[in-house]
Design a protein around this ligand. Sequence first.
Ligand code: C2E
Ligand code: CA
Ligand code: CA
Length: 583
Amino acid sequence: MNVTIPINEMQKKPGAERKRKILIVEDEFVNREILIAILDAEYEIIAVGSGTEAEASLLSLSREISLVLLDLNLPDRHGLDILREMKENPLTAKIPVIVLTSDKEAEVESLNIGAIDFIPKPYPIPKVVQARVKRTIELSEDRDLIRETECDHLTGLYTREYFYRYAEQYDVFHPDVPTDALVLDVNRFQMINERFGKQYADQVLIRIGQAIVASVGEAGGIACRRSADTFLVYCPHLTDYHAFLDAIIAAACGDDKGRIRIRLGVSAETEKTVEMQTRFDRAKIAADTVRGSFTDCIAFYDNAMHEKEIYDERLLDEFPRAIAEKQFAVYFQPKFDVRPDTPVLCGSEALVRWIHPELGMISPGVFIPLFENKGLIRMLDRYVWRETVSQIAAWKKQFGRTVPVSVNVSRIDMLDPDLVETLRDLVINGGLDFSDLHLEITESAYTENARQIIDTVNQLQKIGFVIEMDDFGSGYSSLNMIATLPIDVLKLDMVFIRSVFRENGNLRMLKVIVEIAETLSVPMIAEGVETAEQLNTLREMGCDMVQGYYFSAPKPAADFEKFIREWLQIKEPKSVLKEVEVC
Ligand code: C2E
Ligand code: CA
Ligand code: CA
């Protein structure tokens, strides 16, 4: 029998909330009527008297039912079997169930199967029944809401915040299980997005998410999508992750074998006393060590990385004091125009060094990437630019004229909305011409955030700054793109020079690059030139300028002055002699 108490829609106030539906499964007429009487003012009731009817209602109304009140003794089925089937069926598993019973034993069993609560028979006073029903529905709806916010919409994995919380909970309940923190990163995901489209890229992420769940779910692991293409996994310790990663890459690639590469960093058997986020930061450090590698895709966080982490922490801590105490020194490396028979000084590059009172001279290769990651680079670069501007001004004052100096502009600086103004003010306040200060902007900055960066560089170029594209050949700019970029000088990446001049190196690539520079009608400069052979080959091929140890390593300002003096002597022998005498 199916007794439905209809709601009179017309009686509802406009905008009033729709009544929630409760399914009462109870075969005894009197008991059923009592429950209906207790609840029908607040809820829309569907009341049935058998297991078969209950199943039918559940299947047809699974999305609408907010609660099931389930009697265990039914004429055709046992209530516990209905409960079990409900919990096994994804359509009905989430509907909360309160069991109606006079059997104390059955209470425990029904809670174990998945009932939320029970109401004993004979029924308690109406207010108690109403309160239990209300609370159960509220709790279940809250849980659904949490489920919505705790899951990433694309992949269904946890979001970062909830993931850390659940990972911590995992430790509380499994204090003795050794666990691993994993970071999975898709290599060059941006390129997948650009080349194959967002829809394809989303499918890749969904497939990765599913594969991760399939691989670690059974072992009790949990997973989240931390950002666009980075996944975190917390799971019981494994010694070998090759099969795991192979399965995920296979799933990510779908039918197009070999298109997608994923790197995996593992912080194995994590120390439970270390903060959860730090454990994943460590896995990320490990993953980044195999960023560009084509052979190793898995890296474990180890002692050396730990030492480096401690060292990096120290540098970060000491940075403010180092700036205040001017521990950063700007060195200058000359650039030579190699078109004339005798190379002529044509500029220099400002390169920062940290002269640390205890650690000695620290190379920028060590701290620049760190400061870029931790947001300190802007402050350091501003410092270097200020120091460079004062040095150029001092040379101009001392010698009457000087060669232009280029400063490095980090890709992070390029995102600063005040960059153009900052650089303009520096030059004007320093009493320089815009052509005195060149800006080196790395090629990869252009590819990372093309539109905004091109706009900014255009503005800088319009003001009068000379723009040198640094590390050319290391990024992935297409020829089409380069042709539209605001560039005044192409600066060839040193790694590129190294590979060209290695044994059996291929000079044809170099020729192509020189041709690109010619097509764009911009001069080309090669850096990292160490030998006469390299210099001569570059010259023959049509390279315009050269920078490297062949001429000089970067020098402190006082030592660099000798190059300015020599240059002035060639240009204006008399005035320099006068200058030198004065000195
Ligand atoms: P970069 O801009 O590509 O600078 C060239 C690097 O090559 C410099 O290393 C220079 O000392 C080195 N080098 C020059 N000639 C030769 C050579 O013939 N052989 C070899 N093996 N190396 C040569 P350095 O000074 O260690 O700087 C490393 C990187 O740090 C720079 O690469 C640049 O990306 C960054 N950097 C340096 N100073 C600054 C700065 O003030 N701001 C920013 N944002 N980055 C900086
Ligand atoms: Ca540079
Ligand atoms: Ca460079």
